[in-house]
Design a protein around this ligand. Structure first.
Ligand code: HEC
Ligand code: HEC
Ligand code: HEC
Length: 446
């Protein structure tokens, strides 16, 4: 038995490594982010009347569905809330989120509360099949039985939708769900949340959200080649699906070292503050999750994040003077209309680029993606209109995109490694932007 488990693990490791290589050569060509819709959040905030059956549990479950950000994944562009069908681009292929509405045939209408708890806690579906860890059960396993039952009660009240998600685009043998057993053996550990008595109640509440249902490390922590989180580098920033979820530790250059607790809380509430705007995948996290939490919970998350020790600083060499000069000219021509000449921007509208941690991440993929593909700040209650940054793939060559990225990474107090033309070229290819074409998001159409 032991030997066959070891064999299974070895097989999974080998397959994973092979697929990692394959995935780099064959980028998935999914559309960019779904457009976060404020309308879909209505279901997450609809008042539950006291007269509703099981009202307390349903209300609690509705709140937990916000904490767990269920809609970021269980809502496809143009689809119905909780009906799934949204494709997650993983290094191993595309995995589609399930329909978790109460439809009996295509959703989880026939599931019991036990089935539901087993899915969250063990990553196993109602038929005993293993679920892929693209579903964040490695974090959801910390949800208590009572909270799982509340989530279950809430999900039984949302409109049933009859819809099957598309089939996953996973290669053999990863399309065999038993392969997940090997992954679980290596990376999935049950670690119930135990409050730290040496910390405040608020800190513990923040820790519970960040390390549990909120699954922040699902994006913000670097993973090894098989997609397992590297525990020693928790929340130190990671690159996934061609964007960068930044360092959230106290590192003053790449992390939240310079942010106050209130600034973090404000960012989580409105998707913006005087330092940054929340774009890329964080836009959806803001819209479907953190903007809909209580002020107390956001503050608790901020207190916990601000207590994380600083990540080691990788530093960066001074960039080439020629690249800086060319980059400055491009910046003035193409970017300064919004971000202003000295990078100060217009806080909460056009983010300031000086001393900006997103701009200084060790991996420049995130800002290159913004420059080539554009970006959009997630809408939040009270801030319903999205702010968009146009895409410049049609306007800037690879060398120009690289130079302007190098320039903003090394101006106004910023320091970041130089960006190469090859990096821009390769990202442009991965994003399917090789052939420049004008789109609604194409900038000023000179
Ligand atoms: C990061 C994306 C993501 C988030 C966030 C997410 N899910 Fe999922 N979920 C998935 C994916 C992908 C699957 C399909 C996994 C598979 O097919 O193996 C899934 C599957 C499930 C299943 C199993 C359904 C079935 O038919 O087997 C349940 C139950 C579920 N999710 C509930 C939730 C709940 C409740 C939340 C919020 C608390 C949530 N999910 C948040 C991605 C996500
Ligand atoms: C689906 C992936 C994803 C998840 C889950 C996620 N984030 Fe993020 N986060 C990002 C990305 C990508 C950015 C960068 C946004 C940008 O560049 O505009 C970001 C940015 C941030 C920032 C701003 C950092 C900076 O330097 O500007 C904070 C703070 C943050 N996230 C907190 C959280 C917290 C707290 C959670 C959990 C409740 C969380 N994130 C969950 C992807 C994610
Ligand atoms: C039409 C106005 C506009 C122009 C022109 C523009 N941007 Fe932006 N930019 C924005 C907006 C709006 C955002 C916020 C989007 C988001 O949430 O990420 C943004 C975000 C950014 C960010 C992310 C900052 C953060 O804190 O997340 C970077 C980096 C950036 N822009 C660089 C540039 C560069 C380089 C250029 C020129 C090539 C440029 N921008 C041109 C409007 C603009």
């Amino acid at each position: 038995m032991r030997r066959s488990i070891i064999l299974l693990v070895v097989v999974v490791v080998v397959i994973g490594l092979v697929w990692q290589g394959w995935a780099i050569l064959h980028p998935a060509s999914l559309p960019a982010q779904p457009v976060a819709s404020v309308a879909a959040t209505a279901l997450l905030t609809a008042p539950i009347p006291d007269s509703a059956p099981n009202a307390d549990a349903v209300r609690r479950g509705q709140y937990l569905a916000r904490v767990g950000d269920c809609l970021s994944c269980h809502l496809a562009p143009g689809g119905q809330p909780f009906a799934g069908g949204y494709g997650l681009n993983t290094p191993f292929g595309v995995i589609y989120a399930s329909n978790i509405t109460p439809d009996r045939e295509t959703g989880i209408g026939a599931w019991t509360a036990d089935d539901f708890y087993r899915a969250l806690h063990d990553g196993v579906g109602a038929g005993g099949e293993h679920l892929y860890p693209a579903f964040p059960y490695p974090w959801f396993e910390r949800v208590s039985r009572a909270d799982s039952d509340a989530l279950y009660a809430y999900l039984r009240t949302v409109p049933a939708v009859h819809a099957n998600p598309p089939a996953n685009a996973l290669p053999f043998p990863l399309n065999i769900r038993a392969a997940v057993m090997g992954w679980n053996l290596l990376f999935f550990k049950h670690t119930a949340f135990t409050p730290d008595p040496g910390q405040s109640a608020e800190w513990n509440r923040g820790a519970e959200i960040v390390t549990g249902l909120g699954h922040c490390s699902g994006c913000h922590s670097p993973t090894n080649q098989l997609g397992g989180v590297i525990a020693s580098r928790d929340l130190q920033g990671a690159t996934l699906d061609n964007y960068v979820a930044p360092d959230l530790t106290a590192n003053p250059r790449t992390g939240l070292g310079a942010w106050s607790v209130d600034e973090v809380a404000e960012y989580l509430k409105s998707g913006r503050n005087d330092r940054a705007n929340a774009g890329a995948a964080m836009a959806d996290v803001i819209t479907y999750s953190t903007s809909l939490l209580t002020d107390a919970d956001r503050h608790a998350v901020a207190v916990y994040l601000k207590s994380l020790p600083a990540s080691p600083d990788a530093g960066a060499e001074a960039p080439d003077a020629g690249a800086m000069q060319r980059g400055a000219a491009i910046y003035l021509d193409v970017c300064s209309a919004c971000h202003l000449e000295n990078g100060v921007g217009q806080p909460t509208i056009f983010p300031p680029l000086g001393r900006n941690s997103v701009v200084q991440q060790d991996d420049a993929t995130g800002i290159l993606r913004m420059i080539l593909a554009g970006d959009r700040t997630g809408p939040a209650p009270g801030r319903p209109s999205p702010l968009t940054m146009p895409s410049f793939a049609w306007k800037l060559s690879d060398a120009e995109a690289a130079d302007v990225a190098t320039y903003i990474r090394n101006s106004w107090g910023n320091r970041g490694s130089a960006v190469s033309t090859d990096a821009a070229k390769s990202l442009r290819h991965r994003l399917g932007l090789d052939r420049p074409h004008l789109t609604a998001n194409s900038g000023d159409h000179e």
